[in-house]
Design a protein. Structure first.
Lengths: 294, 323, 331
C-alpha cells in the first residue's frame, strides 16, 4: 500500500514502468478483491491444522451421517459422517496446488511451443503444430487416463497427465497471438537495431500478447479443478478417501438432491477460487496495458 | 579524406529479391543497382507493390537478398557475419511509415528511444547517466518536449510519434537511414514539420537517406536523385530536377501527369491516364513489365530491356513517345 | 436546367459532440454550409477537423449514444434532417443521399459476390422492378464504372483496391442519388489509380448530375475535382469560396495560406517548406476566441478573446479578424 500513500507526493510521470504497473493494478478494485479472496482461501488452507486435525478428514461416524451444518460440524457431515469442513480444508490443498501446477506447467510449455512455432514459422511451425494437433485430437480425459495408467498413480503423475492435455490449447493461443504480433512494424524496428530473437520475444512479443492468454488461463482453472475430480472418480490420481473439492462433490452426488449443502459448499469454494484468480488475471491484463484507463 | 567524399556510402549492385509464393516466384526486386553519396538523398518512388519497401528492407538485411551485393563503404555487408553486421548496423537505421504500429505500445517514450543503445550501444560503455543525457539530447534534437519521457505512444499524435521513431533511429548516430514512407500517414502541416526536421538533421550530421515514398511532390522536395520503380524494376533514374523537367519513360510521364496539384492551370491539361492496374510480378515474362498498360507498346517490348544512360546521369529503360 | 442554383443542402450553425466516458469532444462547432444542385464541393481539413463527423451527421449515422447533434439544422431539400425519424432517414440513405467510404477493402461484404451486393441496393430501393430490369440496371452500372459485367460473380478479394472502389461507387450511384458524400475516396489508392477514379467520378457526376461533397485532406485533389472549397478547422468552416478564390486569390484565411505553403511544389525547387507550427487544439478543450490563434502568424490580442465573424465578399467567406471591415480600416 506504500505507493497508495505516496500517490500525492510523487507525480505519476516519474514512476518507473514497474511502479506504474503496480499502481494500475492496485487501483483496480476488482483485482484487489480477487487478491483478498485468493489470500483468504490460501490462508484457510494453510492453517487447516489449527482448525481441524487431519484425523477428522477420514474419521467416520455413521451415527452422525448426513447431519446439516451445526455448531459441532460447521459445514455438516457427509454420508459416512465425516466432517465436511475438515475435508474441504485439506481437500483444498490438493485442489488448489494441483490446479495451479497444471495451469502453470501447461502455460509455460504451451507458450514455449506456441511461441517458437509462431516466431520462427516455416518447418519448425509445421512440425510443432502437427504434434499439437495430435495432442488435441485425443480427448484429454482419455489422454490423461492413458498417461496415468502408464506412469502409475500419484498426485505428481496426475499433474503431469492433466497438464499435457492443456498444453495444446495454450500452444495454439500463444502461436496465433505471436503470428499477429510478429509482423508489426515495431518488431521490424527492433530487428533493425540488431535485437536478438530472444530479446524480441521477451521484450516485445510477450508483454503485448500475454493479456488474453492470462485471462484464458484463469478461466481454465475451474475446469481443471473439476477434471482432477473426474480423474479421481475413475480411481486415477487422487482417490477417496483422500479429499479434494471435485471428489467431495462427486462422492456426495447421490445425496445432493436432499442435502444440498453437500454440493453447495464445495461448489462455492471452487467458485470463489476461480473468481478470485479470474479477477486477478483481468487486473494483470489491464495493469500491463498502458492504454487502459483504470 | 577528399577521396572518401566521393566514395559512395551505400551501393547496390544487381540486387535481386524474390519471394516464393504458391503461384510461383515473385520478383519483388529485380536487378537494382545504384550508388548513394554521403550526405545525399536517394528518392525511390513507385506505386504500391512495386518493390520499393522490399528494396529498403533488403538493403538493411532485414530480409535476405536473393542475389547481388549491398556495399556499405565499399564492403559487401550481405557476406558479413553476425558480429560484423552488428558493427555496421549502428550506422544503418530505418524509420517506418506507420507511426502507430512502429512503436511498441507497452514501452514508454524514454524506453523506446533508449532501446537501440541497450541493444547495440552496449559496447560504447555508457554509464546510466550518460545514457540519460544522450536521450535528453536526442529528444531535444528531434523537437520532443522533455516531459514526454514517461508518456506512452498512444498518448502522442502521429507527428510526435514519428519524431520518436526518428529519435530512436538517430540515437546511435547513424550515417544512413532508410525512410519508408515516413510522412505518408501524416497531415500536410505535420508532414512539412517532419520533412524540415529530416533536412535539418541531414545538414547537421551529413546523413544519407534512402527516401521511399509514393508521393512525388514530397520526393522532389527532399531528394537529390530519384529512382522510379515499376513492378520490381527500375524504369528511370536521374537527378531530381532533371527527372521532373525531362521525364522520359512512359510510366514516369504518366505518373507525373497523374499528380493532383493546387496549380489550377493544370486543371485542363491533357490527361495521360494509363489503363489497367499493376499486377504482381510472379514469374514475369521477359521484356518490359509496363508494356501491358503502355500506350506505346509494340512487339519489341517483349525483349529484355535494361537501363541506358540517355543523358548525363539520366538513366531510362525506355524513351518511347517522349519529345 | 433552370433550377441550376437550387439549394440541395443547407447546414446552419451545426454543433455535434461526442460524449465519451471522461470528456466531451466538440467535433463540429457552429458549422455553416450550402450546396447547390450539381455542385462539386471540396471539404478540406486535417485529421480531427470534423470532416467525417459532418458527413455522418448528414446521414444521421453518428455512433449511438456517443455522438450527439447538439443544435443547428441540416436542411436537405426543405426537410430538416435533425428532427426526422429513423424511418425517414432509411428512405434517404442510399436512395437520395449516398456515401462512399475511405476504405474500399472494408466497405464490401467479403462473403457475397459483387453483383449481388450491387443488386441488393436495387432490391432495397426499387423493389417494384422486374428481375430482368434489375439485372439490366446492374449490368449498365458495371459498364459505367468500367468493370466488365462478366466479373459480377466474383468476390471482393478477387479485385484490386481501385476496382473495389469502382464497385463501391457503383453501389453508391445506382439509385441515382441527388447528393453523394465521398469521404476520402482516393486516399487509399495509388496516384495513377486515383487519377482513374477521379476521372470516373467526374464522368458519372455529369451523367447523373448529383451534387458531390468530396471530403479530403489533399488540396491537390480538391483543386483538380471541385468547383467550390470549404476549409474546415476545429469543426468550423474558416474559409469558403470557389477554387479560384481559394488557390489563386489574394485574400485567404491564414490557415489556408499555411496549408498551401506546406505542400511541396512540383514547379519551384530548393525552397524550404513553411510548416504551420503547433497543432490543432484539443477538441475536448477548445480555446476561447479563434481556434487557429495560437498557430497564426497574424494573431492579435482580440483573436484570443473573441470569435471572429464571417466576412463575405463575392461568395468568398473568410472567418478571420484580419478581414473585419472595421479592422481593415485601421491597418
Amino acid at each position: 500500500m506504500a505507493i497508495f500513500k505516496k500517490k500525492n507526493k510523487k507525480p505519476l510521470s516519474e514512476y518507473s514502468t514497474g511502479e506504474l504497473i503496480l499502481f494500475r493494478f492496485k487501483k483496480n478494485k476488482l483485482a484487489m478483491l480477487g487478491v483478498a479472496m485468493f489470500a483468504f482461501v490460501t490462508i484457510m488452507i494453510l492453517i487447516a491444522p489449527l482448525i481441524r486435525p487431519y484425523s477428522m478428514v477420514i474419521k467416520q461416524d455413521i451415527v452422525h451421517r448426513l447431519n446439516p451444518p451445526s455448531k459441532e460440524h460447521v459445514f455438516g457431515t457427509d454420508e459416512l459422517g465425516r466432517d465436511l469442513l475438515a475435508r474441504i480444508l485439506y481437500g483444498g490443498r490438493i485442489s488448489l496446488f494441483c490446479s495451479l501446477a497444471i495451469i502453470g506447467i501447461a502455460f509455460v510449455t504451451g507458450a514455449i511451443i506456441g511461441g517458437t512455432a509462431g516466431f520462427f514459422g516455416g518447418k519448425v511451425d509445421t512440425i510443432l503444430m502437427r504434434i499439437v494437433d495430435m495432442l488435441m485430437s485425443v480427448p484429454s480425459a482419455l489422454l490423461a487416463m492413458a498417461i496415468i495408467t502408464a506412469l502409475g498413480n500419484g498426485v505428481w503423475k496426475l499433474v503431469m497427465a492433466l497438464s499435457i492435455g492443456q498444453i495444446a490449447r495454450f500452444a495454439r493461443m500463444v502461436r496465433s497471438s505471436v503470428l499477429t504480433l510478429r509482423n508489426r512494424e515495431y518488431i521490424e524496428a527492433a530487428k533493425c537495431f540488431g535485437s536478438s530473437s530472444w530479446r524480441i520475444i521477451m521484450k516485445h512479443i510477450l508483454p503485448n500478447g500475454i493479456g488474453p492468454i492470462i485471462v484464458s488461463a484463469t478461466l481454465t482453472l475451474g475446469s481443471v479443478i473439476l477434471s482432477i475430480s473426474s480423474m479421481g472418480y475413475l480411481g486415477l490420481g487422487v482417490a477417496s478417501p483422500t479429499p479434494e473439492w471435485g471428489t467431495i462433490i462427486s462422492e456426495n452426488k447421490v445425496n445432493i438432491q436432499y442435502f444440498p449443502y453437500l454440493g453447495i459448499i464445495p461448489g462455492i469454494c471452487i467458485m470463489l477460487t476461480v473468481m478470485s484468480v479470474n479477477f486477478i488475471g483481468d487486473g494483470l491484463r489491464d495493469a500491463f496495458d498502458p492504454k487502459s484507463k483504470k | 579524406m577528399t577521396e572518401d567524399k566521393t566514395k559512395p556510402i551505400i551501393e547496390a549492385v544487381n540486387l535481386c529479391k524474390y519471394f516464393k509464393t504458391h503461384k510461383g516466384m515473385l520478383h519483388a526486386v529485380e536487378d537494382v543497382s545504384f550508388k548513394l553519396q554521403p550526405g545525399k538523398t536517394l528518392g525511390v518512388v513507385g506505386e504500391s507493390g512495386c518493390g520499393k519497401s522490399t528494396l529498403g528492407r533488403t538493403i538493411l538485411r532485414l530480409q535476405p537478398a536473393t542475389s547481388g551485393e549491398v556495399l556499405y563503404e565499399g564492403e559487401n555487408i550481405l557476406k558479413f557475419n553476425r558480429k560484423e553486421m552488428h558493427n555496421v548496423q549502428q550506422n544503418m537505421q530505418m524509420i517506418f511509415q506507420d507511426p502507430y504500429s512502429s512503436l511498441d505500445p507497452r514501452m514508454s517514450i524514454r524506453a523506446l528511444i533508449m532501446e537501440p543503445i541497450e541493444v547495440l550501444g552496449a559496447r560504447k560503455k555508457m554509464s546510466a547517466s550518460e545514457e540519460k543525457d544522450r536521450v535528453t539530447e536526442i529528444m531535444e534534437m528531434c523537437g520532443l518536449p522533455k516531459y514526454y519521457n514517461n508518456l506512452y505512444p498512444h498518448e502522442l499524435d502521429g507527428g510526435m510519434r514519428q519524431r520518436v521513431g526518428l529519435a530512436r533511429a538517430m540515437i546511435l548516430d547513424p550515417k544512413f537511414i532508410v525512410c519508408d514512407e515516413p510522412v505518408s500517414a501524416l497531415d500536410v502541416s505535420i508532414q512539412a514539420q517532419i520533412l524540415n526536421l529530416l533536412l535539418d538533421l541531414q545538414e547537421q550530421h551529413e546523413l544519407s537517406y534512402m527516401f521511399i515514398t509514393h508521393d512525388l511532390a514530397v520526393v522532389k522536395y527532399i531528394s537529390d536523385m530519384i529512382m522510379v520503380m515499376y513492378m520490381g524494376q527500375v524504369v528511370e533514374m536521374a537527378e531530381s530536377s532533371e527527372l521532373f523537367a525531362h521525364p522520359l519513360h512512359p510510366y514516369t510521364r504518366a505518373l507525373l501527369n497523374s499528380i493532383p496539384t493546387i496549380d489550377l492551370s493544370r486543371r485542363n491539361r491533357e490527361r495521360i491516364t494509363i489503363k489497367g492496374e499493376v499486377s504482381s510480378p510472379i514469374n514475369p515474362a521477359p521484356g518490359c513489365r509496363f508494356a501491358p498498360r503502355c500506350p506505346y507498346a509494340t512487339e519489341a517490348c517483349k525483349q529484355n530491356q535494361c537501363l541506358k544512360e540517355v543523358g548525363p546521369g539520366h538513366f531510362a529503360a525506355c524513351t518511347e513517345g517522349s519529345l | 436546367m433552370a433550377n441550376e442554383d437550387r439549394t440541395v443542402l443547407e447546414i446552419k450553425d451545426l454543433y455535434v459532440q461526442y460524449n465519451t466516458d471522461d470528456a466531451v469532444v466538440h467535433a463540429v462547432n457552429g458549422l455553416n454550409l450550402t450546396l447547390k444542385e450539381g455542385e462539386k464541393l471540396g471539404l478540406v481539413g486535417e485529421t480531427g477537423a470534423g470532416k467525417t463527423t459532418l458527413a455522418l451527421s448528414i446521414l444521421k449515422l453518428l455512433p449511438d449514444k456517443v455522438g450527439e447533434i447538439r443544435s443547428g439544422s441540416i436542411i436537405y431539400k426543405g426537410d430538416d434532417l435533425v428532427n426526422k425519424p429513423e424511418s425517414f432517414m432509411l428512405g434517404l440513405r442510399g436512395r437520395r443521399i449516398s456515401m462512399i467510404f475511405q476504405d474500399p477493402m472494408t466497405s464490401l461484404n467479403p462473403t457475397k459476390n459483387v453483383g449481388d451486393q450491387v443488386l441488393e441496393v436495387i432490391n432495397l430501393h426499387f423493389p417494384d422492378l422486374t428481375a430482368a430490369e434489375k439485372t439490366a440496371k446492374v449490368d449498365e452500372m458495371f459498364r459505367l464504372v468500367g468493370i466488365p459485367a462478366s466479373r459480377k460473380g466474383e468476390f471482393p478479394h478477387q479485385f484490386s483496391g481501385g476496382m473495389k472502389q469502382r464497385i463501391v461507387i457503383a453501389m453508391a450511384l445506382i439509385a441515382e442519388p441527388e447528393l453523394l458524400l465521398a469521404d476520402e475516396p482516393t486516399t487509399a489508392l495509388d496516384v495513377t489509380i486515383q487519377a482513374q477514379i477521379l476521372e470516373l467520378m467526374r464522368k458519372l457526376k455529369d451523367e447523373f448530375n448529383s451534387a458531390v461533397v468530396l471530403i479530403t485532406h489533399d488540396l491537390g485533389v480538391v483543386a483538380e475535382f471541385c468547383d467550390t472549397v470549404s476549409v474546415i478547422y476545429s469543426g468550423r468552416v474558416v474559409e469558403h469560396g470557389t477554387v479560384e478564390q481559394i488557390f489563386e486569390g489574394e485574400d485567404n484565411h491564414p490557415y489556408t495560406k499555411g496549408l498551401i505553403h506546406c505542400i511541396p511544389s512540383l514547379s519551384d525547387t530548393s525552397k524550404r517548406l513553411k510548416p504551420i507550427p503547433g497543432r490543432m487544439p484539443d477538441p475536448r478543450n477548445l480555446p476561447e476566441g479563434c481556434c487557429f490563434a495560437d498557430r497564426c502568424p497574424f494573431c492579435k490580442e482580440m483573436c484570443t478573446t473573441t470569435m471572429p465573424e464571417p466576412h463575405e465578399k463575392d461568395g468568398h467567406m473568410i472567418l478571420c479578424h484580419l478581414y473585419d471591415p472595421k479592422e481593415a480600416g485601421n491597418d
